[in-house]
Design a protein around this ligand. Structure first.
Ligand SMILES: *Cc1c(COP(=O)(O)O)cnc(C)c1O
Length: 361
């Protein structure tokens, strides 16, 4: 069996050992005589899985006791509505920093529920940078400030967090959660769709400060109220049971590797390898300048669309797949999330070097 190196922005690669473990446990999970997919979410054996997932993520992300860890559905995109519904409250306004397509979607959804103030944006340069957060004036009376810590499509990331005082900072971490250490106490709420760094699509992780739960608008659907999940350990109704099981295996994998700080070192090594080559290449170039570069999503171009197309095609034939860039940037994008092995990035860089030699101008 030949597994490919999958550079997709999401769903993306999972650690091979996690897939193997899931395969081993597929038909008979720990002597239960059934697959995790088949078991009651109210059973003891399943409770151990979901509580174990929660405990392990709390440990690896160092989540303080005054935060709930919730497993929800609807993708990160459902959070674009759930956050204003639950947190805008009587203030009915929030500050947003617009750093890309996902920020924009969060903004347009929040506008349905209150006033959105876009306090800074990088749209003037097609989102190829992060606005200088020290120059932003936040509204001290806003219900919250929303940022996207890593911009999956454009390949930028915040290297510093905005200081928002008493106003809770909310972060869409879908594409960089667990990739670098964060001080959770700096945030009111963090959310992430699973399909990049957590597990299979279909589960969303929400980490929310406990005092922020319970202020939803009256008309908020039960299934869109954080309180519903906080009160019931994410099991008000049937949760995405198998997805949470895989997420647990991924969290355990991170723990075994030495935690998020160790994963971060590996991510820096992988990203450096690719960026260093891009900066030295005469054919390929990175689209983002050094100070804003994402460790997870690395867009690059040759400047010649036909050549980009040839590159993607030839790379695919070599088992380096999903390198085509997003239509709004063009060129290529290598998404190198936690589960992408160093070997995968090495193989990509070797292939790029060879391609460069063959196409030197
Ligand atoms: C992928 C992604 C989303 C969307 O996630 P879904 O789970 O598909 O809704 C939102 N925000 C960011 C930053 C993403 O990378």
């Amino acid at each position: 069996m030949a597994r490919v190196y999958n550079f997709s922005a999401g769903p993306s690669m999972l650690p091979e050992c996690v897939l193997k473990k899931a395969a081993e446990e597929m038909l008979d999970y720990k002597g239960s005589g059934q697959s995790v997919m088949e078991m009651s979410h109210r059973s003891k054996v399943y409770e151990e899985i979901i509580f174990g997932a929660e405990e392990t993520i709390r440990e690896v992300m160092n989540v303080p006791e005054n935060y709930h860890i919730l497993f929800l559905q609807g993708g990160a995109s459902a959070q674009f509505a759930m956050i204003p519904l639950n947190l805008m409250g009587t203030k009915k306004k929030a500050d947003f920093i617009n750093t890309g397509m996902w920020s924009k979607k969060a903004i347009s959804e929040a506008k349905r529920y209150g006033t959105v103030n876009v306090v800074a944006t990088s749209e003037d340069k097609n989102f190829n940078y992060i606005p200088d957060i020290d120059k932003i004036t936040f509204d001290p009376d806003a219900a919250y400030v929303h940022i996207t810590t890593n911009n999956t499509i454009f390949g930028t990331r915040y290297v510093k967090l905005p200081q928002t005082g008493n106003v809770p900072l909310i972060a869409d971490m879908s594409s960089n959660i667990l990739s670098e250490p964060y001080d959770i106490s700096k945030f009111g709420l963090i959310y992430a769709g699973a399909q990049k760094n957590i597990g299979p699509a279909g589960v969303v992780l929400v980490i929310i400060r406990k005092d922020l739960v319970g202020n939803a608008y009256d008309y908020t659907p039960t299934m869109f109220n954080y309180k519903t999940y906080a009160n019931e350990h994410s099991m008000y109704n049937t949760p995405p049971t198998y997805n949470i099981y895989i997420a647990k295996l991924v969290f355990e994998w991170i723990k075994e590797l030495g935690g998020v700080s160790e994963i971060h070192k590996m991510n820096v090594e992988k990203a450096d390898l690719l960026y260093n080559y891009l900066d030295s290449s005469n054919l390929f170039k990175a689209t983002i300048s050094k100070e804003y570069r994402s460790l997870m999503n690395i867009p690059f171009v040759t400047g010649d669309e036909n050549l980009d197309g040839d590159f993607v095609k030839q790379a695919t034939a070599k088992g380096l797949v999903n390198l085509k860039g997003h239509r709004s940037v063009g060129g290529m994008r290598a998404s190198i999330y936690n589960a992408m092995p160093l070997e995968g990035v090495k193989t990509l860089v070797e292939f790029m070097k060879k391609f460069e030699t063959e196409h030197s101008r």
